[in-house]
Design a protein around this ligand. Structure first.
Ligand code: DHB
Length: 318
């Protein structure tokens, strides 16, 4: 029998994660029943769907390709932030905290800064331990992605950080320009943001069904956020770039295309303190968390490592 024991627990800037791996926001985490399922799984924490103040039904269907024929292992979505609204979310967090001892993290995506402020203040008196602020949803019709505006991000951090004593993370869009890494890292450090989640989907991608000569989702004339295997190199590049700039002072949660323990191991090498799974969860259900953790432990054991710290960020350069 191989020794499959390994401590995969993580202290993410005060958030106690039972495991290195947990769920990404936006996948099967809109209602209490789904969050309870995540709590019952081997996920390290329970993260909610991004909430807005008012309930939303989201964009028109079809809006989510769970398994892409064009790029297997990838998804395309333009959900448009369907969620039960903030009031119901608060009730849900109360119920969930009675159900599980796992860390609960609320994803918050206000339609305005005023909405974000309101939700941050109210969450102070809720049982959630962390807030993942999400300024990187690419699917709001007629709205740009705040995460690409470095000035606006700095302003937002200045406004939001003092409003909460909870552990505060920010979900970032994928960046492709080195100046974004420099400027955002400086702003994250200056404003005492606890951790980043990198990355969200690649916005405004197009999957074409060439037989039907058609787009594959309805909103935005077919444009949506691409996730899954295809985005892993980009997300890894973001994690590695931020790791070199944040120097452990702002923690990093990697997300994008994790389907195996080896994928998680690569994120760890690039500097991730923990990882999230979105597409793999959508395609395989909660068993993906245990599968990835078991495979990761096998890799760590076979390489003779005894802690995550021995690997984190130790990617060799040439
Ligand atoms: C949605 C998509 C995202 O990528 C995100 O971060 C938040 C919301 C959505 O379309 O619902």
């Amino acid at each position: 029998m191989p020794d499959n024991k390994f401590d995969l627990s993580v202290n993410l800037a005060g958030l106690k994660l039972e495991n290195f791996v947990y769920n990404a926001s936006g996948v099967n985490n809109e209602i209490l029943k789904q969050l309870q399922k995540i709590a019952d799984s081997k996920a390290g924490a329970v993260l909610s769907k991004s909430t807005t103040i008012d309930p939303r039904t989201g964009n028109e269907n079809p809006k989510y390709i769970v398994k892409s024929k064009q790029i297997p292992g990838c998804t395309l979505n333009s959900m448009g932030l369907p969620n039960i609204g903030f009031e119901k979310s608060l009730e849900m967090f109360e119920e969930l905290s009675k159900y599980t001892h796992k860390t609960i993290i609320a994803s918050v995506s206000g339609m305005s800064m005023e909405d974000n402020i309101k939700m941050f203040k109210t969450l102070e008196n809720s049982p959630v331990q962390g807030i993942e602020w999400n300024p990187s949803c690419p699917n709001m019709v007629g709205k740009s992605i705040l995460g690409y505006d470095m000035e606006a991000m700095d302003q937002a951090f200045q406004t939001l950080r003092p409003l909460t004593t909870k552990t505060l993370g920010v979900k970032l869009p994928p960046y492709m320009d080195i100046t974004n890494f420099d400027r955002l890292a400086e702003s994250l450090l200056k404003n005492n943001i606890d951790y980043i989640v990198s990355t969200n989907t690649i916005g405004n991608c197009l999957l074409i069904d060439s037989n039907k000569e058609s787009v594959t989702i309805k909103p935005k004339n077919g444009l949506g956020g691409l996730a899954g295997s295809f985005i892993k190199p980009l997300s890894l590049g973001n994690v590695w770039s931020f790791y070199q700039r944040l120097k452990g002072q702002v923690k990093i949660v990697g997300v994008g295309g994790i389907h195996t323990g080896n994928d998680a191991f690569e994120y760890l090498l690039a500097g991730a303190d923990a990882v999230q799974i979105g597409t793999g969860f959508a395609q395989n259900g909660t068993k993906i968390f245990e599968q990835v953790e078991t495979e990761l432990v096998d890799i760590l054991n076979s390489k003779g490592y005894t802690s995550l710290d021995q690997v984190r960020g130790n990617l060799k350069t040439l």
